[in-house]
Write a protein that binds this ligand. Structure first.
Ligand SMILES: [Fe+2]
Ligand SMILES: [Fe+2]
Length: 172
């Protein structure tokens, strides 16, 4: 990965305060089911702004006939970060932790209340997010994309052409 540059962009990007533009937020809301709207409202402002940038890029590339669930997938792919309880600084540290320590046994720690548990939950945000979306009754494609958005393309289950576009516009 282009690690340092992406992390730096992410760090400075996430310092920018405030909610997304209300016009952008209204656009996002038009793509959600009721359950998805509840999840969206719990996301942090930096995560919402990131999600809108991704979804906007996807919508521009795929055009006006982009299926609702694809835009919803772009908007909600990181929804599992709600659960990590991290604010911006911790988020950056957690990202570094993830990059350095690409461990296969984070899942066993996710129930812990300590900082280790919070790191583990952050590390597990794709799985946690997909479970939240499934419980909220999201479309199967939206659920699947949350689960697999950090996996290599070869391990994906959603149509490759859609996954490629979603992945290309997600820079974290
Ligand atoms: Fe993610
Ligand atoms: Fe992302």
């Amino acid at each position: 990965m282009g690690g340092a540059v992406h992390l730096a962009k992410r760090f400075f990007g996430s310092l920018k305060p405030g909610p997304p533009e209300s016009r952008d937020n209204a656009w996002a809301l038009r793509h959600f089911t009721e359950g998805e709207t509840k999840l969206w409202k719990q996301m942090s402002n930096p995560d919402k702004r990131h999600a809108i940038a991704v979804a906007n890029g996807v919508g521009m590339e795929l055009g006006p006939d982009t299926p609702r669930e694809v835009i919803a997938a772009a908007l909600l792919h990181d929804v599992g970060k709600i659960d990590s309880g991290f604010r911006t600084a911790g988020r950056v540290v957690a990202t570094v932790f993830w990059v350095i320590n690409n461990s296969n046994n984070a899942e066993q720690w996710t129930h812990k209340k300590s900082i280790v548990g919070r790191f583990a939950r952050y590390r597990m945000h794709p799985k946690i997010g997909s479970e939240m979306l499934e419980a909220a009754g999201a479309h199967p494609l939206t659920v699947a994309w949350a689960a697999e958005h950090h996996l290599p393309a070869s391990q994906g289950t959603i149509p490759t052409d859609i996954a490629d576009v979603l992945r290309r516009h997600d820079d974290d």
